[in-house]
Design a protein around this ligand. Sequence first.
Ligand SMILES: Cc1cc2nc3c(=O)[nH]c(=O)nc-3n(C[C@H](O)[C@H](O)[C@H](O)COP(=O)(O)OP(=O)(O)OC[C@H]3O[C@@H](n4cnc5c(N)ncnc54)[C@H](O)[C@@H]3O)c2cc1C
Ligand code: FES
Length: 280
Amino acid sequence: MKQASAKIIENRQILESFSRTRRRNILSSWLIWLRCPEIAREARPGQFVMVCCGGELILPRPFSIHQVNDDQIALCYAVWEDGKGTNWLAQCQIGDAVEIFGPLGNGFSILPTSGNLLLAAGGIGIAPLHFLAQEALRRDCSVTLLLGAATAAQLYPKPLLPSGIKLVMATEDGTKGKQSMITDLVPDFTSWADQVFACGPMPMYRNMAVQKQRLKLAGKPVQISLEVRMGCGLGVCYGCTVKTKNGLKQVCKDGPVFDLDDILWEEPGNLKVRNSSFLL
Ligand SMILES: Cc1cc2nc3c(=O)[nH]c(=O)nc-3n(C[C@H](O)[C@H](O)[C@H](O)COP(=O)(O)OP(=O)(O)OC[C@H]3O[C@@H](n4cnc5c(N)ncnc54)[C@H](O)[C@@H]3O)c2cc1C
Ligand code: FES
């Protein structure tokens, strides 16, 4: 883990505002490139960094490493209407320095025997999967990405995706791709896939866990990236603890990537209401 004063190379809006009934509104989604050679060198797909979001904020905020290019890393982030840190980050200018530390967490693992990888991204859940797709292509794996959002305007821009993947899109309102949740597309690819990787809202994971038979996921290795509120990101505050079949785990240290089967989805209070950002 390295600490860096990372200079901003680029910070641009990639998606518009998104109003949602009964859920937190997203003002916009952004892509930021940061020069931080020490972190870029060590980063693996599925890991994250903690960003000190300036101003009066004491706690740093976690963001998945979205891409790596030489000595730079990219983050892809949603700016929440009531989000102090993400609003601050979106105000930062090229040339500003941002204090960050990482890479943190375990990251995804591609099995040496896996040739066909199915990636399922719900909304901003594309954040860690982009880097994973690039790594998989580098290893000559075939990658199918299921990309979902509530509506077409909220779909991550296709030109920003790595070339060489097979892309299948779905929107809840049918404005682009198939009108469905991305989990509904999963069964079409499960016999092809050697491994499944998902990043999205907690209901998506629950759905995958509870409906494994229907989704034809039984017996398939499925890795998910959990998003919970974090205090320190370093395994110190225990604010990110979740209940798993192997006991209590800290998402920042033991995760954020877990096997879908390891999480106790039916345990009352486990992961309750902590699940907001990766919402469709
Ligand atoms: C490992 C990991 C990786 C992440 N990667 C990304 C990423 O790549 N891109 C991205 O956009 N986001 C990502 N997130 C989520 C991101 O950290 C939060 O959206 C961010 O911290 C919000 O900060 P904020 O200061 O803008 O909001 P805050 O001011 O902290 O919060 C605003 C309001 O939202 C609530 N809130 C904030 N975060 C959460 C939460 N996680 N669950 C429930 N309620 C919450 C607060 O209680 C408050 O009411 C990740 C989270 C984790 C744990
Ligand atoms: S965020 Fe502090 S222990 Fe995980």
